[in-house]
Design a protein. Structure first.
Length: 391
C-alpha cells in the first residue's frame, strides 16, 4: 500500500493540465481559431501546428493516469468500496460535464448545445471501470489492450452505421464531431466517443500495479522506460507502413518539415492506436525520470495535478471571462455576442490575437489560477471531507 501520493503522477498530471490551458486559450483568443483547423497542412504554419499538436498529450495522459490513480485508491479500499466510488464519481462527472462544464464553454445556461467532451469520457469510463475492477486483473488488462489496440479495426465500417443505431455507434466509436437535435433549437454534440478512452483508463489502471510497495524504484523505472520505448517504436513502425493504427495515412508534402507534420498528424476523435502510442509512450518515460523530482518548480506543477478537476472548472470560466473582456476591448458590440451557434459566446471569428498574444494570455491564466489552486490543495490535504474526492 502506498504511504503517500506518487509525486511523478501528480507532476505529469500537472504538466498536461498546464498544456491543456494553452489549447483552450488558443480556442478563445487566436485570431484564426474560428477560421480553420490548425492541423490542416494546407493552411497551417509550423508554429500553429505545434501549438495545437503538443496539447494532444493532455486527454490521453490524464485519462490514463485516472486509471492509475483508481488502482492506487483501491489499495486503500475494498473492491466494493472502489467500485462504488468509481460509479458515483463517474456519474457526477457526466452531470458536471452537462451542467457546469458546458455552460463554461458557451455561457449559455439554456443549453442550446450540450457537448459530450473529455469530462464525459472520463465519467463514462469510470462507470464502466466500476464493473471491470471486479474482474481478475489479467482480464482487465486484456479488455483494455483489446480496446486500445483493436478499435481501429472498426474504422472501415464507420459509414455503414446509420439510422436508429447511428446514435449509439457515434457514442461508442464514430470519429469527428456529430450533432443530434434533442429539442427544438437544441442539439447534443458527441465529441468524445468513449470505447477507446475506456481502454486507455483500463490500461492505466493496470499500470498502477507497478507503483505498489511490491515493486522497487529501479524495477519500476526500467519497466516504464522499456514500455514507453516499445510504444514509440511501434508508432514509427506502423505509421511508416500506413497499414494500420490510424484512419488518416501520412503522405509526402511540399518539404521535409511538412512531411514530418503529416507523419505525426494523427486522429484524436476517437484516439487512434498510433495517437495513443505517441502520447502515452513519452508519458511513461517522463514518469520514469520524475519520481524523485523535487524542486520549487516541480512542486508548483504538482499543485495543478493534485486539484485537476477544480483547476479544470476554473480555467474554462476564467478563459471565457477574459474573452468577454477582449471582446469589448476590441470594439465588438451586442450584435456580435451571438456567434458560432451560441447566444452568449462572445467569440466572433475575427476576435483575438496572433500566437504571441495567445502565449501571453496562457501565462496570465496559469499565473492567476496558481494561488487559488494552491489554497484549495492545502485545504484538501488538511481536511478529509468525503466530497473533496469529487472536486
Amino acid at each position: 500500500m502506498p504511504a503517500k501520493r506518487i509525486h511523478s503522477i501528480d507532476f505529469l498530471r500537472g504538466v498536461v493540465m498546464i498544456l491543456m490551458a494553452l489549447d483552450h486559450v488558443r480556442d478563445f483568443f487566436h485570431n484564426g481559431a474560428m477560421q480553420g483547423d490548425p492541423l490542416d497542412l494546407n493552411s497551417t504554419t509550423p508554429a500553429l501546428f505545434f501549438t495545437r499538436w503538443i496539447t494532444h498529450y493532455c486527454a490521453p495522459v490524464f485519462i490514463f493516469l485516472s486509471g492509475t490513480s483508481a488502482f492506487l485508491v483501491g489499495e486503500r479500499k475494498s473492491k466494493k468500496e472502489l467500485s462504488t466510488f468509481l460509479l458515483t464519481r463517474g456519474l457526477w462527472l457526466i452531470v458536471a460535464e452537462i451542467a457546469i462544464v458546458g455552460p463554461g464553454w458557451t455561457f449559455d445556461f439554456k443549453y442550446h448545445m450540450i457537448a459530450l467532451q473529455v469530462i464525459w469520457a472520463i465519467g463514462i469510463s469510470m462507470v464502466v471501470m466500476s464493473a471491470l475492477i471486479r474482474l481478475p486483473f489479467r482480464v482487465i488488462f486484456i479488455i483494455g489492450f483489446t480496446l486500445v489496440f483493436g478499435h481501429n479495426l472498426l474504422d472501415p465500417v464507420e459509414a455503414q452505421h446509420s439510422g436508429p443505431f447511428g446514435f449509439w455507434w457515434d457514442l461508442l466509436h464514430r470519429g469527428n464531431f456529430v450533432f443530434y437535435p434533442y429539442a427544438e433549437g437544441r442539439v447534443l454534440g458527441i465529441f468524445y466517443p468513449f470505447v477507446p478512452w475506456t481502454g486507455v483508463m483500463a490500461l492505466g489502471y493496470c499500470l498502477g500495479k507497478i507503483f505498489t510497495s511490491e515493486v522497487n524504484e529501479t524495477k519500476r523505472k526500467l519497466f516504464l522506460i522499456k514500455t514507453g520505448t516499445v510504444l514509440l517504436f511501434l508508432f514509427v513502425l506502423l505509421r511508416f507502413s500506413n497499414i494500420y493504427g490510424d484512419p488518416n495515412p501520412w503522405s509526402s508534402q511540399k518539404n521535409m518539415l511538412f512531411t514530418v507534420l503529416s507523419f505525426i498528424n494523427l486522429n484524436k476523435y476517437p484516439p487512434s492506436l498510433l495517437y495513443l502510442c505517441i502520447t502515452i509512450g513519452p508519458a511513461l518515460i517522463l514518469l520514469a525520470f520524475t519520481e524523485q523530482l523535487k524542486n520549487k518548480q516541480s512542486q508548483m506543477v504538482m499543485v495543478f495535478g493534485r486539484v485537476a478537476f477544480f483547476y479544470y472548472l476554473l480555467h474554462i470560466y476564467l478563459i471565457h471571462l477574459l474573452c468577454v473582456g477582449v471582446f469589448y476591448l476590441q470594439g465588438f458590440g451586442s450584435d456580435a455576442i451571438h456567434s458560432q451557434g451560441s447566444p452568449f459566446l462572445f467569440r466572433p471569428a475575427t476576435l483575438g490575437y496572433g500566437l504571441g498574444g495567445v502565449y501571453v494570455i496562457w501565462i496570465l491564466v496559469i499565473a492567476l489560477l496558481y494561488p487559488v489552486c494552491k489554497k484549495y490543495d492545502r485545504y484538501k490535504r488538511q481536511n478529509k471531507k468525503w466530497w473533496l474526492s469529487y472536486v
